[in-house]
Design a protein. Structure first.
Length: 359
């Protein structure tokens, strides 16, 4: 899809296409790291009641500050956080864009470490923030000394770390985040979109908030919380940092319906998260299965695994698609990423994968 020549779009945007993985209508969709389990009938009834409550006031603008929802998010996060130390937006994508609007911008730069989430450069582009990438090591970890050296050289306004990382699944030790915080002249963002899937012993950067005032820890309800369609992302940071994000948010950016349904979902946190354990076990099983086929698999703390390496990864991706299984052709050359689905979906993936490997 090229932008029509007569459309007076910004020159630096003209060559781009809208971001997004293919939304194909196939039986098994394991390509965007969703939680495969829809809400139960009881949960749907409760969420419906919460939405109905909001509908009666739809003539009014919603709470611009989303205080009830932010208090519920703070309770969910724990770590002594209060509502004023939490901010929410329509997905962590919007949170991240707000972070770059407030802390990036013309004449400013952001550093991240590749391979990582492919949306980040787009937030940078949209906010005119110079985008600088360091490289992850062969095992997809970040070498703390390399990171500190890059930060010392670039003096970035924003450092963006992803833990667990997408598409590799790699989590960061707190020591690395601590070293980056000490070296960074601006803010440090740890994107923890997948953190609830972490293996035992893997820490969360929330622990570092008291000692690092310029740290922001971003999260989402889209993954473990099984709420991707609800569009709710959030971030924890010092109240003063949250105030900076409030400067760039659109007024009433979170609709009354979004606030009501997300608050109600958080009230059913245990049920929303009830499949996380099962998905973690299925993730480890997938890694074992793929390794059993002689493939390389990156260590994963997320609800997906990156595996390879293939001389022609597109042929493998296409072979799976031909068998009704959609995975993601993303990440370093030769690797593919599969999201963890329900048991029947994983069985179909294994069968299709075996057939493709046996060709
Ligand atoms: C690392 C990471 N961050 C953020 C997001 C965005 O999530 P959402 O906007 O649904 O909260 C994703 C989505 O896949 C992701 O992989």
């Amino acid at each position: 899809m090229a932008i029509a020549g007569w459309v007076p779009i910004r020159d630096d945007l003209r060559a781009f296409e809208p971001y997004g993985a293919p939304q194909l209508d196939v039986p098994v969709r394991l390509n965007v790291n969703e939680n495969p389990y829809p809400p139960s009938a009881e949960l749907i009834a409760d969420l419906g009641a919460a939405v109905a409550g909001a509908l009666g006031r739809l003539n009014r603008y919603p709470d611009r500050e989303a205080w009830t929802l932010r208090a519920a998010l703070a309770r969910y996060l724990g770590h002594g956080l209060e509502a004023a130390e939490v901010w929410a937006a329509n997905g962590s994508n919007e949170v991240m864009q707000q972070i770059l609007q407030a802390f990036g911008g013309p004449g400013r730069s952001a550093v991240s470490f590749a391979p990582t989430y492919s949306m980040y450069p787009e937030y940078a582009r949209n906010t005119h923030t110079r985008w600088v990438t360091g490289q992850r090591a062969a095992d997809f970890s970040i070498d703390a000394a390399d990171a500190v050296a890059l930060i010392a050289a670039e003096q970035p306004d924003v450092v963006l770390l992803t833990s667990p990382n997408n598409p590799t699944g790699t989590a960061l030790p707190l020591e690395t985040v601590r070293a980056v915080c000490a070296a960074a002249p601006g803010v440090v963002v740890v994107d923890e979109a997948y953190i609830e899937f972490r293996r035992d012993g893997t820490p969360t950067a929330l622990e570092l908030l008291p000692e690092c005032p310029t740290l922001l820890v971003s999260r989402t309800l889209s993954k473990a919380f099984a709420f991707a369609g609800g569009r709710l992302g959030y971030v924890a940071a010092a109240a003063e940092i949250i105030d900076a994000l409030r400067v760039v948010r659109l007024p009433y950016h979170l609709s009354a319906v979004t606030q009501a349904v997300a608050t109600a979902a958080l009230g059913h946190g245990e049920e929303m998260l009830s499949r996380v354990e099962e998905l973690r076990a299925a993730r480890d099983e997938a890694a074992t299965w793929l390794r059993g086929r002689g493939l390389e698999v990156a260590e994963s703390d997320a609800n997906f695994v990156l595996f390879g390496r293939f001389e022609d990864r597109h042929a493998i991706w296409q072979g799976l698609l031909d068998r009704g299984v959609l995975i993601r052709e993303v990440g370093p050359t030769g690797w593919l990423r599969v999201s963890i689905g329900a048991p029947s979906e994983m069985d179909t993936f294994y069968q299709a994968m075996q057939e493709v490997l046996d060709r």
